[in-house]
Design a binder for this molecule. Sequence first.
Ligand SMILES: C[S@@+](CC[C@H](N)C(=O)[O-])C[C@H]1O[C@@H](n2cnc3c(N)ncnc32)[C@H](O)[C@@H]1O
Length: 260
Amino acid sequence: MSLSVQATAYAAAACRAAETRSARPRLVDPLAALFTPDGVAAPVASLADAGREEVVGRTVLIDTMLVETLARRPGAAVVNLGAGYCTRPYRLELPCREVVEADDPALLALKEQVLRGQTPRCPVRRVGLDVRDPTALTALLASAGDGGAVVVVTEGLLVYLASEQVRTLAGVLAGVSGVVGWLADIVGADSARQMAAVAQRVPGGLALHGLDSLDPLERPGWRVAAYRALPVARPRYGPGPAAASRTVVDGVLSLEKAEP
Ligand SMILES: C[S@@+](CC[C@H](N)C(=O)[O-])C[C@H]1O[C@@H](n2cnc3c(N)ncnc32)[C@H](O)[C@@H]1O
């Protein structure tokens, strides 16, 4: 995983910190500012500025959908892949056995350091992992499940994976019997193309991948149980995509196994 991809974790934290400081915040994430105490580098700030509606929108949707999912599956473990500087276990009361956060080991080491002394509301474990490594991912999911149910969260992750990598990830998640649900934000191919111009401001650039269809999720064994669109127009990215009934619209999916 490139350093520029890891930098997007700062941008997401900066978005939530800015929202927390706003007059009428849609979410309150007091710890987000700890990750960007002196602000962020200019290119990352520009990414955060352009992406704030999207990041805050998806975080709020996933908060709600995770609470709803855990109400149906109390005691499940939550595995957050590409967790970055997400502070959900500190912000929300989650009735889960544990939250396992997976991301780059160096990023997680910094996160541990920054959050030292803060008390999460449920047990939290952090595991350095590349989600493109099926063996490591399967082992992580098995250890999180410990025989019980696992709900996976991917927030702001799939857009950094090519569609074949999304398909492989979906297959690994579908193949672990304990995994009962998956909350994922998705970005359509048109949106990803529009975001790419902004992403080029980050040193090293960022390769962004939108989905042309839900096939990489559905074919390996998932079905969409619920879908909520992001309340985002993209004025800063230029004109929106032409409307078409099969266009993938940016939003958050609640996925369940097609054949449990
Ligand atoms: C846009 S950030 C989102 C972070 C967090 N989920 C949030 O919403 O604040 C994307 C995160 O995915 C992580 N990531 C990207 N590719 C990854 C991979 N192959 N394996 C593990 N983590 C990855 C990055 O390090 C980064 O923390």
